[in-house]
Design a protein around this ligand. Structure first.
Ligand SMILES: NC(=O)c1ccc[n+]([C@@H]2O[C@H](COP(=O)([O-])OP(=O)(O)OC[C@H]3O[C@@H](n4cnc5c(N)ncnc54)[C@H](OP(=O)(O)O)[C@@H]3O)[C@@H](O)[C@H]2O)c1
Length: 274
C-alpha cells in the first residue's frame, strides 16, 4: 500500500464505499512484510444509514471487520445522522424509505461496539452542533470525532470551535473540494483559484498543498483522497512550511458555506443536518 509506505497512518473507509475488502487485502499484505504493525495504524470505518437500529450496529461492524480482516477498528463513526429503512437500497430516492430511528438509539449500539472491544473509539460524521450536543447529553461513551466536509469553500470555523470546546476532534473530508470530479453543481475547488496558484509558486509548493496546509492550521485532521502515487506523496508533504498571515487571511475570505456533499435528496428527513 503506497500511502502507508510514504507515511500515512490514518485510513478512512466505510461500509458504503464498498472498498473494505480491498483495504483488508492491502493491510494483510502490508502486515505480512513486517515493517508496519496493526497498532501503528489508525483505521476508521462507518455505519451506513440503512443500519441505524440498535440491533444492527454490532453485526454491521463485525461485517466491516471481516472485510477488513481486523479484530478491531480504531474509530467507528455514524456516517450520517439520518437513517433509511434496512432494505430500501443504499441511496433510496423516495421519502417512504426514510427511517425514523433516532441516532440516540444508534449511539447505544455504537457504545456496545466499544464494550465488545470491536471499536477503540466511536464518533459522528455529518452531525450539526445541535445533534452533536444531543449525543453528548445522552451518551455513556462520548464521541471523540465529528467527520464533516471542510475546505476553504466551507471552512466550518464555528463547528470546529464548538467541537474543540467539547473535546471532539474534527476530521475534514473533501479537503480538496472533490477536485477532478465533474459535477457542475459543485462549487469550484479553491485548488484552482488563481491566487492559490500564485501562492503555490511563492512557497514552492502545489496549490493542493497550500489548501491542505491551510486546513490543518484550523486545528483539524484532513483526509485527501488520491489514486495517483505522485499526489499521494504530495498531499503528505505539508508539514515543512506554514502560510503567512496575509495568505491565511485570503483563504479565510473564500468561505461561502457551500458544500460538495449536501446530500440534498434527504433534506426533508427529520434528522437532515444542514
Ligand atoms: N463522511 C462522509 O460523509 C464523507 C463524504 C465524502 C468523502 N469522505 C472521505 O473523504 C475522502 C476525500 O474526499 P473526496 O475524495 O470526496 O474529495 P477530495 O479528497 O477533496 O478530492 C479528491 C479528488 O482530488 C484529486 N486530487 C487529490 N490530490 C490531488 C492533488 N494533490 N492535486 C490535484 N488533484 C488532487 C483526486 O484525484 P486522483 O484520485 O485522480 O488523484 C480526486 O479526484 C474520501 O476518500 C472519504 O474517505 C467522507
Amino acid at each position: 500500500m503506497y500511502a502507508i509506505d510514504v507515511g500515512y497512518r490514518h485510513i478512512d473507509t466505510a461500509w458504503f464505499y464498498k472498498n473494505e475488502e480491498e483495504i483488508g487485502d492491502a493491510l494483510k499484505d502490508t502486515f505480512s512484510k513486517g515493517k508496519i504493525k496493526r497498532e501503528d495504524l489508525f483505521i476508521v470505518t462507518k455505519l451506513w444509514n440503512n443500519f441505524h437500529e440498535r440491533k444492527s450496529v454490532v453485526p454491521k461492524l463485525k461485517e466491516s471487520l471481516k472485510f477488513l480482516r481486523l479484530d478491531y477498528v480504531d474509530l467507528f463513526l455514524i456516517h450520517w445522522p439520518f437513517g433509511f429503512k434496512e432494505n430500501s437500497g443504499d441511496l433510496p430516492q423516495d421519502e417512504s424509505s426514510f427511517s425514523e430511528v433516532d441516532y440516540l438509539e444508534t449511539w447505544k449500539g455504537m457504545e456496545e461496539c466499544v464494550d465488545l472491544g470491536l471499536a477503540r473509539s466511536i464518533g459522528l460524521s455529518n452531525f450539526n452542533e445541535e445533534q452533536t450536543e444531543r449525543v453528548l447529553q445522552n451518551c455513556r461513551i462520548r464521541p471523540v470525532v465529528n467527520q464533516v466536509e471542510v475546505n476553504p469553500n466551507i471552512n466550518q470555523k464555528k463547528l470546529i470551535q464548538f467541537c474543540k470546546e467539547r473535546d471532539i476532534i474534527v476530521t475534514g473530508f473533501c479537503p480538496l473540494g472533490r477536485l477532478g470530479t465533474v459535477n457542475s453543481a459543485y462549487p469550484q475547488s479553491t485548488v484552482l483559484d488563481p491566487k492559490v496558484v500564485e501562492m503555490a509558486s511563492k512557497y514552492n509548493k502545489s496549490p493542493a498543498q497550500i489548501i491542505l496546509r491551510y486546513l490543518i492550521s484550523l486545528g483539524i485532521s484532513v483526509i485527501p483522497k488520491s489514486v495517483t502515487k505522485s499526489r499521494i506523496l504530495e498531499n503528505f508533504q505539508i508539514f515543512d512550511f506554514a502560510l503567512d498571515a496575509e495568505d491565511t487571511a485570503y483563504l479565510d475570505t473564500c468561505n461561502k458555506n457551500q458544500r460538495v456533499s449536501p446530500m440534498a435528496t434527504y433534506k426533508d428527513h427529520k434528522y437532515y443536518p444542514f
